[in-house]
Design a protein around this ligand. Structure first.
Ligand code: C2E
Ligand code: CA
Ligand code: CA
Length: 626
């Protein structure tokens, strides 16, 4: 056996800078063995792209096999115990041989790889038949028709051996210097890939466990919840989430110190793990809060029994640093079945409700286990309404009502504002109640598109009847993050063969404060389509006139509160005068909202306001009424 020094990553990194010709494509003839392995960047790319370790190792072996004629490459990885080698890649070796060497113990005289890993040096076996170090492995090698083997260990941090890179031949042979350099490079690349994989696994672990207790964290619990929900949907099996808050930690931390406090939480974690295993069904959420998922429930009472068992287990005194401590626990219990999957909802809804139940129990004083009750949960309205709204949109319970916007000079209808109405079996729900729900539950995109399509389709019908009207449709600020929106509007305008300028989109002042670069871009692109853009409810938000320099709106709507107050509030009147002057100067149409009396309309007209909307001219109706 020849002896050479081991490959260390730092050395190999320097070697990389030597500059090598590009590796040929498989069709081209392979160059002589003088070519160095120089597709480092290919391998590094694979690593950066998060390819799996076995895939990367296999590519490295293929590269070397392409460079050294007749070579069959093998990568073995050293186990955590530092004693055994496992096969990382060996695609050209017979499966029986790979199986035989998998799990091999390293040591002196244990073939080329076992010795290389043990002695941290390159081991060259030019002829397996003549090398006593191969006595134990010779039968397997001969069965695989392997006659020579050169192996180099590759090392990681603190010179720890990570594995070996070896090439085999079917006839006895010694390496050339350039071939050894190639092995060295391949070992280096394997070391980079293995270390990256270690870090990746470590990060994944850290991202999924609580650093203090090592318990699975919320992410893991949510995954388990997903599985339980899928089960519930399929089989109707019920499951429960119990949130557990450890009470009385503040005095422990304050009087005995944080390390005692940490130890208490670790013991709580151990007890929960002992009860629920480390299946991810028990998790440390944050701080003093834990949660468990109890699936496959026979009955809701069973969930309560589990909570009581937990309470008893945690009530036992905890031994910390020679002290016997007792902590209190407060729990929140939420039980679910099929209904949890019904409609859009936050991904961790069962956790949220268990938390609501726990907070209720806390607020209730001496109660230790709170059971979730939707009636005392303000968040439930949003969820329940969200479910119903989803159905409302799908089943077309939403309709539009049209309110005229008139010219103040002649009381002639200029266009109609489309306002959503939701006709439920329980009566009409006003948009002020459901539009915010749509925004919170992610339904606003679907709802908005529905309103747009319906408004434009109906406008096309009226125009076909000879009406010269236009329509304005309200857009929620959230819809402006939908980059497809301008195209959707353009397609609808084309589909219904409408002049683009008879379509107006109304956005509220919030747009000025919350809109991102994407939102402004969407707004600009809608205007490029030829539609008008109107600033709704002007004066109610926090925006200043200064903001209006950011975007040239076609229309500005003075909020109805100013119109309501103008006859008794000088400031309201002054703002109206100022806004009218500004809009006129900037060439914008101005619409006063909420005109209920003739007197208001007259005043506004005299002040120079051109358009108005309000009950005086007509409330919103299913059909246009001018
Ligand atoms: P808005 O855009 O300011 O719509 C005008 C609201 O004022 C309408 O209420 C209308 O019925 C009401 N109104 C009209 N004239 C008068 C009046 O003379 N006096 C009084 N006191 N009120 C008057 P509605 O239909 O309940 O709509 C409320 C809000 O819901 C709308 O306010 C708008 O912000 C939102 N909304 C309606 N439809 C949609 C929609 O399709 N999409 C979005 N995102 N929001 C919508
Ligand atoms: Ca509006
Ligand atoms: Ca308005």
């Amino acid at each position: 056996m020849a002896e050479l020094s081991g490959v260390e990553p730092d050395e190999a990194a320097a070697a990389d800078a030597r500059g090598c010709p590009v590796l040929p494509s498989p069709q081209e003839p392979a160059p002589g063995p003088s070519t160095r392995l120089c597709t480092h960047s290919d391998i590094l790319n694979l690593i950066v792209q998060n390819a799996s370790l076995p895939d990367i190792l296999q590519v490295i072996t293929a590269l070397v096999e392409r460079e050294i004629s007749g070579a069959r490459a093998s990568i073995l990885l050293l186990d955590e115990d530092g004693l055994h080698l496992q096969v990382g890649a060996g695609p050209s070796l017979p499966a029986e041989y790979n199986t035989a060497i998998g799990g091999a113990l390293i040591g002196p005289n244990t073939g080329a790889c076992g010795t290389a890993a043990y002695e941290k040096r390159v081991v060259i076996t030019a002829s397996i038949a003549d090398d006593p170090a191969w006595d134990a492995w010779r039968p397997a090698a001969e069965a695989a028709r392997l006659a020579a083997c050169w192996s180099t260990p590759f090392l990681g941090l603190h010179n720890r051996v990570l594995g070996t890179f070896a090439v085999y031949f079917d006839h006895p042979r010694d390496p050339q210097e350039s071939e050894l350099a190639l092995l060295h490079d391949a070992g280096y690349l394997a070391a980079v890939a293995v270390q990256h994989d270690h870090v990746r696994r470590l990060l994944r672990e850290t991202a999924r466990t609580n650093p203090l207790t090592g318990m699975p964290n919320r992410i893991v619990l949510i995954e388990q919840l997903r599985a339980a929900e899928a089960d519930a949907a399929e089989t109707g099996q019920r499951f429960a989430v119990i949130q557990i808050g450890v009470d009385g930690m503040a005095p422990i931390n304050e009087s005995l110190g944080l390390s005692v406090g940490d130890a208490v939480l670790r013991i709580v974690a151990e007890r929960l793990t002992a009860l629920f295993g480390d299946s991810g069904h028990a998790a440390h959420l944050w701080g003093c809060d834990f949660a468990v998922l109890v699936d496959a429930l026979g009955s809701d009472d069973e969930a309560l029994a589990v909570a009581e068992k937990l309470r008893d287990a945690l009530a036992e005194p905890l031994e910390v640093e020679g002290m016997s401590l007792v902590v209190g626990v407060i729990m929140g219990l939420a039980v679910y079945g099929r209904e949890v999957l019904d409609g859009p909802r936050p991904i961790d809804e069962p956790l949220r409700t268990a938390n609501v139940a726990m907070e209720r129990a806390k607020a209730g004083g001496n109660q230790q286990i709170g059971v979730y009750d939707a009636k005392s949960d303000p968040g439930a309205d949003v969820i329940l309404l969200g479910h119903a709204l989803r159905r409302g949109i799908d089943e077309e319970e939403l309709t539009l009502a049209y309110q005229p916007v008139v010219t103040l000079a002649e009381d002639r209808v200029d266009h109609y504002e489309a306002l959503l109405r939701w006709n439920t079996a329980q009566g009409i729900v006003p948009p002020d109640s459901f539009v915010p729900v749509a925004e919170q539950t992610g339904l606003v995109g679907d709802m908005g598109r529905y309103a747009l399509r319906r408004a434009l389709a109906e406008l096309a019908l009226w125009r076909a009847r000879g009406e010269q009207a236009g329509v304005s449709v309200n857009l929620s600020v959230r819809q402006l993050s939908d980059e497809r929106l301008p195209d959707v509007i353009a397609e609808l305008i084309a589909e219904y063969a409408l002049p683009a300028e008879c379509v107006t989109l109304e956005v509220t002042e919030g747009v000025m404060l919350t809109t991102s670069a994407v939102g402004w871009d969407v707004l600009n692109r809608i205007r490029d389509v030829g539609a008008r853009i109107s600033l709704d409810d002007f004066g109610t938000g926090f925006s200043q006139i200064n903001y209006l320099r950011r975007f040239r709106f076609d229309e500005l709507k003075i909020d109805r509160t100013f119109v309501r107050d103008m006859d008794h509030d000088v400031a309201a009147r002054a703002i109206i005068v100022g806004v009218i002057a500004f809009a006129r100067e900037a060439g914008m149409t101005i619409v006063a909202e909420g005109i209920e009396h003739r007197r208001q309309a007259d005043w506004l007209r005299e002040l120079g306001c051109t358009h108005g909307q309000g009950y005086l001219f007509g409330a919103a109706r299913p059909e246009p009424t001018g």
